[in-house]
Design a protein around this ligand. Structure first.
Ligand SMILES: *Cc1c(COP(=O)(O)O)cnc(C)c1O
Ligand code: SF4
Length: 414
């Protein structure tokens, strides 16, 4: 067997710092991959299956984080496909979150009242094996047609209720500085857009992309937040930490969204170490996602109870700043549903019994309290920003009941 090549030795130090070099030298075939790493049976097998459809592309940087001696290395699990990707489980769905059904213009999902998700490109620096958007990511490995982006921005400008725009993909930071500048500039001229969030895995898989020029662009806009996607402490390398420091110092507010993945981070100690290292690098753990029902990722899923166990291990045991919200993105498109351990043990009129992380049980006696008059507050919030849908219609007394339309009882009534 030929000796393995150390991928870092294939570049000069200047090339290794150059994000374009990394994109040009992504590992995209089995034959390239085996020069650097000895494949396991599950990895070899995937390249022989007919329905291996989701593009592989690994930046040399991200590949260099893999310990080649460890067949279950957490970075390896996220980057190198395995034959299980070709299995379809009976619960799998191609668009489990119904992102396409909620798209008023192609590539933009308007699900929640005040924010939209805009997919600017389908290119990623590295294609995550657990990607939820695998039906789309990497399809063309290129930015969206400009026409789509124009239509989306027009839609945002026309809808005054949209105050938050999430730029995602693919990975928006694979686009050129000019293109990022152009989109941010146009959004910044829409008065009702308060913030723009970048959803990007660049700080994880290609921190070299965080150049001084990119920082120069981001710094121009005070409304930029960035949510990245670290799943394991091993990903917080020296280079990654340097990129995060540059972003933080430029005033970009940093958050992290992890995906709970079997064999990668489905352990309380792994997650605790991850959130500690994130906070140390000024990144607020924002969400942990339950792995969703996209096709070909059944081998990554855990029971929901694993996520509850992880939150139990964090809340109270460590800083509240380190505790993300664990969410299940509703199959069928209902959006994110938070799930956590139960802290309310019992209640009666006037008193609530609560428990803390130690199992200490306490009684909170509630004050006598009458609902405040909404009319006193009516000028505080512009009408298009009021929470007046769903359960809120019941709380506000606008409706006495809501619920499924498609029941036998409702059909009989009609
Ligand atoms: C996740 C998501 C958002 C943002 O949700 P937040 O809870 O505000 O972070 C918005 N739109 C879509 C379609 C999403 O999937
Ligand atoms: S970076 Fe995001 S969109 Fe791209 S492959 Fe990974 S999870 Fe999917």
């Amino acid at each position: 067997m030929a000796d393995l090549i150390d991928i870092k030795k294939t570049a000069t130090p200047e090339e290794w710092q150059d994000w374009h070099w990394h994109l040009r030298h992504r590992i995209t075939t089995r034959d390239e991959l085996v020069q650097y790493i000895r494949l396991t049976g599950d990895e070899e097998a995937v390249f022989r299956t007919a329905n291996f459809s989701f593009r592989m592309a690994i930046t040399p940087y991200y590949l260099s984080l893999i310990d080649p001696a460890n067949p279950v290395d957490p970075v390896r699990m996220q980057a190198i496909p395995r034959v299980m990707e070709s299995y379809l489980s009976e619960n799998d769905m191609s668009d489990p979150l119904h992102e396409d059904a909620d798209a008023p213009v192609p590539g933009m999902t308007h699900r929640y009242p005040d924010r939209v998700l805009l997919l600017l490109t389908d290119q990623c620096a590295m294609y995550c094996r657990h990607c939820t958007r695998r039906r789309k990511a990497g399809e063309h490995d290129a930015p969206m047609p400009r026409d789509n982006v124009d239509k989306a921005i027009e839609y945002i400008a026309e809808h005054k209720e949209i105050r938050d725009v999430i730029l995602s993909g693919g990975d928006p930071l694979t686009m050129s500085d000019q293109r990022i500048d152009d989109v941010l500039g146009r959004l910044s001229r829409i008065p009702h857009v308060d913030i723009v969030r970048l959803g990007t895995r660049i700080p994880v898989v290609l921190p070299q992309r965080v150049t001084d020029d990119l920082i120069g662009v981001l710094q121009k806009y005070k409304f930029v937040w960035l949510n990245t996607h670290y799943n394991h402490p091993q990903e917080l390398t020296f280079e990654a930490q340097a990129a995060l420091a540059k972003l933080a110092e430029a005033g970009v507010v940093l958050g992290n969204q992890s995906v709970l993945l079997r064999g990668v981070n489905d352990h309380v100690d792994v997650m605790k170490e991850l959130v500690h290292r994130l906070v140390k690098n000024r990144v607020r753990p924002y969400y942990i996602y339950q792995c969703d029902l996209s096709e070909g990722i059944a081998h990554f899923r855990t029971p929901i109870s694993k996520g509850i166990e992880i939150i139990e291990s964090l809340r109270g045991h460590t800083s509240g700043l380190c505790v993300p919200t664990y969410v299940v993105d509703a199959p069928g498109g209902g959006g994110k549903i938070p799930v956590m351990p139960t802290y309310i043990i019992s209640q009666m009129p006037g008193r609530v019994i609560l428990r803390n992380y130690e199992g200490f049980i306490t009684a909170y006696t509630e004050p006598a309290y009458l609902p405040v008059d909404d009319a006193d507050y009516k000028d505080l919030c512009p009408p298009e920003r009021r929470s007046d849908e769903g359960i809120m219609t019941l709380l506000r007394g606008d409706k006495v009941a809501i619920g499924p339309a498609e029941t036998k009882r409702n059909k009989r009534r009609r």
